[in-house]
Design a protein. Structure first.
Length: 452
């Protein structure tokens, strides 16, 4: 770990393995520290403790006994540095295994301590790890950068989680991942800056590089940069005018894993809420969206309309032309509908050929006292007319002349105030349209027929 990282770290230590060597190190070091000292039975348990440690009192140093069960220095250091590249790893070994301890320095460890150890050797390890010594300890107090002290002071002065000056941790990144606000990258860059005690860390997206190799643009040539990629997938570059490439490299690997996790999360979340065939929202997405929209509409006193519709004689398309032709009909219906609705309106496929549209324009009328230029009724009529005009040349000369839909509309709060009741009314009105001869839309007690 480089000096800039060491100076920016502040926290406690954890001793891994319930062995005689680890116990001796703990009994020697713990009385000399002001910092918290924890114990763990295994590397696996230590990882759990480190990942859940408070941002105010993070674990910054790990003492690992060479005789810990299953201890493999290279694998152990890799696992811990993937969790936090800034962790300082210290191998603890008896004098009889001194060569093994020295070899650990080429396997990802930062230091080693031979047991039995003198107070001078112990003080050297504590000093190098930048741990907080007790006042009566012979260890010299560490010098913390002014920027880090300001951050710590801000935390002491203010407990508000939204304070941009507070120390960040993995919990903040997890929260960003779950909140889906698209701010995970910003939080990660701030966290790296805090760990390195620098305020000039920058991420350069791959698409901003003219050669698509993750190299920075001409304006960013003054920065030291490293590639951020994961198993061949390029995200961009991590750069800073102040930090060296050596300082940035472990953090670029850490950042790449978080960005990959964020991308995977969004991919599977999209699959969970989207109909694969048409790209419309699915039933799960509708149930969630309508509840959220109705809550907002109640607060803002806005109308919300639902239109339930299905395609008349859709079974004939599947029977006569095959399911591939039926799929094409469904896809083109959704594309047509998306082209006529407003920005805030949403389309969902809730059954085979059954769809729901939530009409909820967040902008509403553009001027005081005016009506929205695209009312729900005008959109529904326009969609109905364009469906009637649709043609499917790929189906050949035997393709039917036109399609039609049967639809029903219901509006909050006039028809109903609960989502399930509102959907039921719209569905019943769609059935009324079917019974009236298909190709119609029922607006309350009124119906518009296809072509009228």
């Amino acid at each position: 770990m480089n000096q800039a990282q060491q100076r920016s770290r502040r926290g406690g230590a954890i001793f891994v393995a319930e062995t005689a060597t680890a116990s001796s190190a703990y009994e020697l070091i713990q009385p000399m520290l002001q910092s918290p000292c924890l114990r763990s039975e295994s590397v696996f348990d230590a990882i759990g403790t480190i990942s859940s440690s408070s941002a105010r009192e993070p674990i910054t140093t790990v003492f690992i006994s060479c005789d810990a069960p299953g201890q493999e220095p290279l694998r152990t250091s890799g696992s811990l540095h993937r969790l936090d590249p800034g962790l300082r790893l210290v191998m603890v070994a008896p004098d009889s295994r001194a060569q093994e301890a020295r070899d650990s320095l080429s396997q990802g460890f930062d230091d080693y301590l031979l047991i039995p150890a003198t107070r001078e050797d112990t003080a050297r390890v504590i000093n190098a790890a930048q741990l907080e010594p007790k006042i009566d300890s012979p260890v010299e107090p560490r010098q913390v950068r002014e920027a880090k002290e300001r951050l710590v002071q801000q935390i002491n002065d203010q407990d508000d989680d939204r304070d941009p000056g507070r120390l960040l941790g993995d919990v903040d990144l997890i929260n960003d991942l779950l909140d889906e606000q698209g701010v995970l990258l910003d939080t990660a860059i701030r966290l790296i800056g805090q760990k390195l005690a620098l305020d000039d860390i920058k991420f350069i997206p791959a698409q901003d590089a003219p050669d698509q190799q993750g190299r920075p643009t001409e304006a960013d040539r003054s920065m030291n940069t490293v590639v951020v990629s994961w198993r061949g997938e390029l995200f961009g570059q991590l750069g800073s005018p102040s930090a060296t490439a050596e300082q940035l490299r472990p953090w670029s690997a850490w950042l790449a894993r978080w960005l990959k996790l964020d991308r995977i999360h969004h991919h599977y979340r999209r699959l969970a809420w989207t109909d694969d065939l048409t790209g419309a929202g699915n039933r799960r997405a509708f149930d969630r969206s309508i509840q959220e929209i109705l809550v907002r509409s109640k607060q803002q006193r806005r109308e919300v309309s639902l239109m339930v519709f299905d395609i008349d004689n859709f079974k004939m398309y599947n029977d006569q032309f095959g399911h591939e032709a039926g799929d094409q009909v469904l896809q083109e219906i959704v594309q047509l509908l998306k082209s006529v609705i407003r920005r805030g309106d949403r389309v969902f496929r809730i059954g085979g050929d059954e769809f729901v549209v939530i009409f909820c324009d967040p902008e509403g009328p553009r001027k005081a006292g005016s009506r929205s230029p695209d009312s729900v009724e005008s959109i529904a009529r326009r969609f109905q007319a364009q469906v009637c005009d649709m043609r499917f040349p790929k189906l050949g000369v035997d393709a039917p002349g036109s399609l039609s839909i049967s639809a029903g509309l219901a509006t909050y709060p006039w028809d109903e105030k609960e989502a399930s009741s509102l959907l039921n009314i719209a569905d019943q009105r769609a059935l009324e349209s079917k019974r009236a001869g298909k190709g119609t839309i029922t607006f309350g007690r009124r119906r518009d027929e296809c072509g009228d």
